[in-house]
Design a protein around this ligand. Sequence first.
Ligand SMILES: [Zn+2]
Length: 142
Amino acid sequence: MASKNKDIEVPENSNICIIGHEVIEKGYRVKDDRVLSLMRSAKQKLRMKLKNNRLYVCEHHREEYMKKRKGFERNLMMLAAMAAILFVVIFIVNVMSGDIWKILQSLLLGILIFLMVPIFLFFIYVPAIEEKMTHAREGKKR
Ligand SMILES: [Zn+2]
């Protein structure tokens, strides 16, 4: 993965391709969402520099991006499904035991499991991009 490389110095306030980390003139703008703003606030944890940079995917890296995005969507589905199944199994086993404390425990555990999902999401996140290509200069005033 490209982000495993050591920090690449990018100028602040520029347009960055999230796959190659290069400064670009035009590309597909990354849709800003809650996860991304969360990542911005935790930017020290990330090698990818989000600070004051507008995020894009360039034409050259688009195919690679699509693969990553698809993989991410698949992982997220799996993660959610696994969390749900795990919870249901634990819950059923504990309900069958007839022990009210065990049932309460499994409810707590269920909450814990579902809290873990966003944490995993944070590490595997690949943001969505806009369908149309934008010239980077147009996006400057925001
Ligand atoms: Zn690129």
